[in-house]
Design a protein around this ligand. Structure first.
Ligand SMILES: Cc1cc2nc3c(=O)[nH]c(=O)nc-3n(C[C@H](O)[C@H](O)[C@H](O)COP(=O)(O)OP(=O)(O)OC[C@H]3O[C@@H](n4cnc5c(N)ncnc54)[C@H](O)[C@@H]3O)c2cc1C
Length: 325
């Protein structure tokens, strides 16, 4: 056969069929390489877009799973204006912040929290907060914040905000996620571990109730979740207790599997709850026995958390069954 080269003929000993065969092999090879390269680029893009997985978005876009509800946090840090404020007691209020789009949800899973940042007294301050609204809230989310004093206290700054004033918000953050039906994913990246329990005890000190409430509510709202739940809500005095109506309503509606104990260090006249700090024997007696089927979740001021953890250890609770938020 004669093959035309650049400006001259080359005589080659190749049959036409053989040439066609090799051309086909080369074409399939090129198509294969391009396909693999494109698939890898798509995979890398879906996996690493700002460190967040976009597989679900992709599957929803091609109609493989139902359309996703847009999540505000998936597009990076947000500027969130204050919508309203409702005092819950003398130093705790519920704040509603607006998301950029009215159909968006914040996009946290139960147990996770966000970081809030602002410049307070000339200094940039960043603090963590656990929203009390879930992904049923479209276009907004709610925070319950206790006010602390201090030149650079962010909580004081937020309490002084006016409608329309903005904060910076980012997330999701946190290393404990409640997946439902007693299952938690605990830890970060490679050290992540899945654990399932049937008894969940939550010990909350003051505003430390917020992440625990998310988990309790998510369990109670799921009728297929059969875990038994016990919340011990500790406050300094009866005047400091907040969210009473909401908690009492949950306890009444779900009386078969949700037990609620209020405890205060200083009780006024007519107090009908428990009296004692959350690390006292009065409270510890109410907590189910240690076992690998029983998790104790704790959130509150550091000194409280430390002494409750020590008390639980003395009672025989294993460290792996105690989760500190
Ligand atoms: C995961 C996580 C979720 C959180 N969620 C919430 C939430 O939903 N609502 C909420 O109100 N807070 C929450 N917090 C606490 C919050 O992040 C801040 O620590 C708190 O608002 C105080 O910050 P600040 O800047 O106002 O005060 P700071 O300037 O940090 O402190 C001012 C003064 O208050 C004291 N103080 C600060 N925090 C406490 C405390 N917890 N107990 C006793 N004294 C304290 C300090 O010792 C200091 O004297 C959460 C914390 C974490 C880690």
């Amino acid at each position: 056969m004669h093959v035309l080269g650049p400006g001259f003929y080359v005589e080659m000993d190749i049959e036409t069929d053989e040439l066609v065969y090799w051309l086909k092999v080369a074409t399939v090879g090129v198509i294969g390489v391009v396909t693999i390269q494109t698939a890898y680029k798509l995979y890398a893009n879906l996996r690493h877009e700002k460190g967040r997985s976009r597989w679900k978005e992709f599957l929803a876009a091609i109609g493989f799973i139902p359309p996703l509800i847009p999540t505000a946090l998936s597009s990076g840090p947000l500027s969130i204006p204050l919508d309203s404020k409702h005092p819950l007691n003398h130093n705790v209020a519920r704040f509603r912040f607006l998301l950029p789009q009215p159909d968006q949800v914040l996009g946290l899973r139960p147990g996770q929290h966000i970081s809030i940042a602002a410049t307070v007294g000339g200094k940039r301050v960043v603090r963590m907060y656990s929203p009390v609204s879930g992904n049923e809230a479209r276009g907004y989310f709610d925070l319950i914040i206790k006010r602390y004093e201090g030149e650079h206290a962010l909580s004081k700054h937020i309490h002084a905000m006016k409608e329309g004033d903005k904060l910076e918000c980012d997330g999701p953050r946190g290393h404990i996620v409640y997946k439902g039906r007693g299952t938690f994913v605990i830890g970060r990246s490679k050290k992540r571990e899945k654990r399932t329990f049937h008894h969940l005890t939550a010990i909350a000190g003051g505003s430390g109730i917020t992440p625990l409430l998310q988990i309790l509510k998510s369990s109670l709202e799921d009728y297929s979740d059969c875990c038994s739940l016990h919340l011990v809500f500790a406050n300094s005095s009866d005047k400091d207790v907040f969210l009473r109506e909401e908690l009492d309503a949950l306890a009444e509606t779900h009386s078969t599997r949700f037990r609620l104990t209020y405890t205060v260090s200083k009780a006024g006249d007519g107090w009908r709850g428990c009296v004692g700090r959350p690390d006292s024997s009065v409270v510890f007696k109410l907590i189910p026995r240690p076992s690998d089927d029983h998790v104790v979740m704790i959130c509150g001021p550091n000194p409280m958390v430390k002494s409750v953890v020590n008390g639980l250890k003395e009672m025989g609770h294993q460290e792996r069954n105690v989760l500190v938020f």
